[in-house]
Design a binder for this molecule. Structure first.
Ligand code: IYR
Length: 221
């Protein structure tokens, strides 16, 4: 049996109801301003920020605290170009026959297409890999609830990017095994999400969409 962690006291500052309401309101308003952006500027961002947003993402809860993820950070223009080329090849095939009519109709209002220039323009691409198992000295170690864990980490990452005043987009070229090859990742890692990170261009636009109301997404018992 593995040794257990030592247990240490944990306390949270107790907020008044009023403070709690004010803070949760402010956080909601801030997060509600987050948008998926497709128009990226090439303006550089400090590497220190990339380190901190990844540490924030990696603080997410995970099955048996295995943290079953790897964040690949790409700033090398040659690698970005290779990723763009491979992603656009897949996307072209998807938009021209692989995606169903219904899917294309659902995407039409968002104005997406197979071209992904942001994969070269954004100063950083973060590619999040899920680790279906770990390898310790060649021995396979099981991970648990990997999709759930990596999905939560992705949410933390997106929130951290927004909090840093930057923008991102959850890009999922499909299939995306080319990322494993280009980034030379081991067999226990599979690409999960690709997130360009940077500033929006001065003339960036987003669709004027509405989010569901509380009553449409919640059932109280
Ligand atoms: N992966 C494609 C298609 C796409 C699919 C969904 I669902 C979106 O919400 C947006 C795009 C692309 O990135 O264009």
């Amino acid at each position: 049996m593995a040794d257990s962690f030592p247990f240490i006291p944990y306390q949270r500052e107790i907020l008044s109801d009023e403070e709690m309401i004010t803070k949760s309101n402010a956080f909601y308003s801030y997060m509600d301003k987050r948008r998926s952006v497709r128009h990226f500027s090439d303006r550089p961002i400090p590497m220190e920020v990339i380190h901190k947003i990844i540490l924030t993402a990696s603080s997410a809860p995970s099955g048996a605290h295995k943290q079953p993820w790897t964040f690949c950070v790409v700033s090398d223009p040659t690698i970005k170009k290779a990723i763009r080329k491979a992603a656009e090849e897949e996307e072209y095939t998807s938009y021209n026959g692989r995606m169903s009519e219904e899917w294309l109709k659902d995407l039409a209002p968002l104005g997406t297409d197979w071209q992904k220039p942001f994969l070269e323009t954004a100063p950083y691409l973060i590619i999040l890999f899920r680790k279906s198992y770990d390898l310790e000295d060649g021995v396979k170690k099981k991970n648990y609830y990997v999709n759930e864990s990596v999905g939560i980490a992705a949410g933390f990452l997106i929130a951290a990017i927004h909090h840093a005043g930057l923008v991102t987009l959850t890009h999922t070229p499909s299939p995306m095994n080319f990322l494993q090859k280009i980034l030379n990742r081991p067999d226990n890692e599979r690409p999960f999400l690709l997130l360009p990170v940077g500033y929006p261009t001065a003339d960036a636009e987003v669709p004027d969409l509405e989010r569901k109301d509380l009553s449409e997404v919640t059932v109280f018992y």
